[in-house]
Design a binder for this molecule. Structure first.
Ligand SMILES: [Zn+2]
Length: 414
């Protein structure tokens, strides 16, 4: 079996991750570090110091995204950008996002230890508000940097308490300048925990991510008539919940017929939502995902046809609305090969896979060649305090990130 010396220092990395985990730590070892809170500020201050300690040139852009630049031999060349996010869910784990940022920091520390000079500069990044837990939309910092979102809309976004994104950014001292945005990276690499069970089930250490799975969101509205639950015979009712429940179980059974298709009715609203009144309206969402866009689209089409031809009882109505549709984002094949070679070089078991979840890499992929690496999540758990990854896998993931970045930073073209 091929075996090579590890360049990165696992102890140092785990210690750095532990220091991060202590900011906003929850009783069971998870983290609550919502974007632009005092905890986020504390983490940002520490990360800024760590970047400076490595000799990186630091800067903050107008959305609070933080960058640290390590010079190359030729500083006219576009930099290799690596990173992820340091904010968490209200009950988040210690590795989601954090691994991608602090793993990137470990890559820089290792390059410094080894005295390696690369052709291109390398920049590490912490994107603001990836989670979308406090401010929506999610992946806000990376999306704004890639100019997917309108700047003013983003700055005016409010959290549940009515606090404004732009003001909170100002308050914690991280509202920087537009000219500090990274606008033309050579490429972007993000290391992340898988947040699902595939790598663990297949016994692989490294997931080479080929893209981010697409999705379709529909909304169905069934309208009937309210009536008294005690006085209206069943055959005289126009009960929206009754019909919604029949349709929903049909949707799930259709989905079961198609391998790898994921469907969820995640949101249901009945009105007037009163115990002794037959509901006159039910609105429910339908979330559809599949690795192949054409399979997802065919299912969506069939579903719409079925729903539009379904006969409800007289005077009842069914309407279907398309809420959103995003095709699969495919990552750079060239970079996928670089990552596979890095994993193979060390004899680390690996496989190609799609990401089921959205990540900062999704928006970066719109402006530059992009790639992602996954490491296994124990029991596939994520967005919970139990979220965990083994140190041995963390070491392998960051080592592959190191080799990948080293190759890319000396590459002329992609
Ligand atoms: Zn994440």
């Amino acid at each position: 079996m091929k075996q090579q010396v590890m360049n990165i220092q696992l102890d140092r990395l785990m210690q750095t991750i532990q220091q991060s985990a202590e900011i906003g730590m929850l009783p069971n070892g998870g983290i609550c570090r919502l974007s632009l809170t005092d905890e986020d500020k504390k983490m940002r201050d520490l990360f800024l110091q760590w970047m400076k300690d490595c000799g990186l040139e630091t800067r903050i852009d107008d959305f609070g995204n933080m960058y640290g630049r390590r010079k190359g031999k030729n500083n006219e060349l576009a930099p290799v950008l690596i990173g992820s996010h340091l904010d968490t869910q209200p009950k988040g784990g210690r590795y989601d996002g954090v691994l991608g940022v602090l793993g990137a920091l470990e890559v820089i520390r290792t390059l410094n230890d080894l005295g390696v000079e690369t052709e291109r500069p390398i920049e590490i990044v912490n994107f603001t508000n990836e989670e979308g837990a406090r401010f929506q939309p999610a992946m806000l910092g990376s999306g704004a940097m890639a100019e997917i979102f309108n700047k003013q809309t983003i700055l005016n976004t409010k959290d549940q308490k009515g606090l404004v994104f732009g003001e909170e950014l100002e308050r914690i001292g991280f509202r920087g300048l537009k000219e500090n945005r990274q606008q033309g990276p050579f490429c972007f690499v993000e290391l992340h925990i898988e947040q699902g069970p595939v790598l663990e089930d297949k016994g692989r250490s490294i997931g080479v991510v080929t893209g981010i799975q697409g999705m379709s969101w529909l909304e169905a509205t069934i309208t009937g008539r309210t009536s008294h639950t005690g006085t209206t015979p069943m055959n005289r009712r126009k009960d929206a919940v009754l019909h919604a429940s029949k349709l929903i179980s049909k949707i799930y059974s259709f989905a079961e017929e198609i391998p790898e298709l994921l469907v969820a009715i995640g949101r249901i609203q009945a009105s007037p939502n009163v115990i002794n009144t037959v509901a006159d309206q039910v609105v429910f969402s339908i979330d559809i995902r599949h690795p192949e866009d054409h399979v997802r689209e065919r299912f969506e089409q069939q579903l719409k046809e079925y729903l539009s031809t379904t006969t409800l009882v007289e005077e009842m109505e069914l309407q279907i609305k398309e809420l959103d549709k995003i095709d699969t984002d495919s990552f750079s094949e060239e970079m996928i090969k670089v990552m596979e070679n890095a994993a193979e070089k060390h004899g680390f078991s690996n496989m190609r896979m799609l990401s089921g979840a959205g990540h900062d890499a999704k928006y970066l992929n719109r402006i530059t060649p992009t790639a992602m690496l996954f490491i296994p999540s124990i029991n596939g758990l994520s967005h919970c305090e139990e979220e965990f990854s083994e140190a041995a896998d963390i070491e392998k993931g960051v080592q592959v990130l190191f080799d990948t970045v080293l190759t890319l930073a000396n590459k002329e073209t992609l």
